[in-house]
Design a protein around this ligand. Structure first.
Ligand SMILES: [Ca+2]
Ligand SMILES: [Ca+2]
Ligand SMILES: [Ca+2]
Length: 324
């Protein structure tokens, strides 16, 4: 719930907030049911409505159930679904085929088909033969990601439908690419996308932050001693912005990371952090105001040994102040 709130706030104001019931006539009750499938009804029905969880349910599946409650259907039930996804009905028991039915109760909100939506099932969901998928993409180049968190379109859809303004400018979990972030070419080396542990040194992450099995971006210490690498955000208009990200600075020779504002060709250091921060991901957020177009720049300055890998994951830029 906290992640849904934090991902959708806009212009410094929360968009969706969850509160403990205090006599409200319309409310959601969470219960658990045995078995390995949760459910909830799409949208508000009035009075009590129930979200069924299952034992050891993961964060992404809870967020999927909350997305239904907020009024969103599964992305793969969009009327234009068959242009993008093959459903393998021969591998789905008849009583479960309804979960894959197209529905005209939804609209595609004029956005592209979104394989990253939190409302996507796992590609093997409801498989009779668990070695075969029940959904595949129609295009070979498109893979089904493991759900991580709300996608960029999930967030903008919630913001628009709940009329909070579109606050999210960019979000990157680095699963496929660097999204709207670009490598600086005036530095010494480049960040790389990395999955799992880099090398066997006692430095750097062993897994990404988003879901533990995906990609993060790494400034590799080996071969880059005393050198720096920078990643640049898109150019942002003058105004106030919140940046939220996760960083991993583990190793006995961690040097320095910086958050920089690049405006009119001048770099100003906004934040700077040096030294070993332990073998875990830390979150960071803060807001900044600029009176001219600018970019955020993430800089890694490597120290004098191999034990100084630095990494980032899940970087958000939102309009307005951060909500704390
Ligand atoms: Ca990631
Ligand atoms: Ca570079
Ligand atoms: Ca390394």
């Amino acid at each position: 719930m906290k992640e849904v709130e934090a991902s959708t706030y806009s212009a410094g104001k929360p968009c969706v907030t969850f509160v403990i019931r205090d006599g409200q006539p319309d409310y959601v009750e969470f219960t658990t049911i045995p078995g390995n499938s949760g459910d909830s009804v799409p949208g508000k029905i009035g009075g009590k409505q129930t979200i069924h969880l299952y034992d050891n349910i993961n964060k992404a599946d809870i967020m999927q159930l909350l997305a239904y409650t907020l009024g969103f259907y599964n992305e793969f039930r969009r009327p234009d679904r068959d242009s993008f996804v093959n459903i393998h009905y021969e591998n789905i028991a008849p009583e479960n085929q309804g979960f894959f039915a197209l529905t005209n109760d939804t609209t595609n909100f004029n956005y592209p088909f979104d394989f990253n939506s939190i409302t996507f099932f796992h590609p093997y969901a409801y498989a009779l033969d668990p070695s075969k998928p029940t959904m595949t993409a129609r295009y070979e180049s498109q893979t089904f990601p493991w759900k991580l968190s709300l996608s960029q379109y999930d967030i903008t859809n919630i913001q628009r439908e709940y009329q909070c303004g579109i606050g999210l400018l960019t979000y990157c979990n680095f699963e496929f690419d660097f999204c709207q972030w670009t490598q600086d070419t005036t530095d010494d080396f480049d960040f790389v996308r990395q999955k799992g542990p880099g090398d066997s040194d006692a430095t750097g992450p062993t897994a990404d932050y988003s879901n533990g099995i995906g990609y993060y971006v790494l400034a590799e210490a080996k071969g880059n001693h005393n050198q720096d690498a920078r990643l640049m955000s898109p150019v942002l208009d003058a105004g106030t912005y919140c940046i939220r990200l996760y960083y991993y600075l583990y190793g006995s020779d961690i040097h320095t990371v910086k958050l920089i504002r690049r405006m009119s060709g001048v770099d100003t250091v906004l934040e700077e952090l040096s030294g070993n921060q332990g073998a875990l991901w830390h979150s960071f957020y803060n807001d900044y105001t600029a009176d001219a177009p600018f970019q955020f720049v993430l800089e890694a300055v490597i120290g004098g040994s191999d034990l100084g890998d630095m990494a980032f994951d899940d970087v958000y830029i939102l309009k307005g102040r951060c909500v704390v």
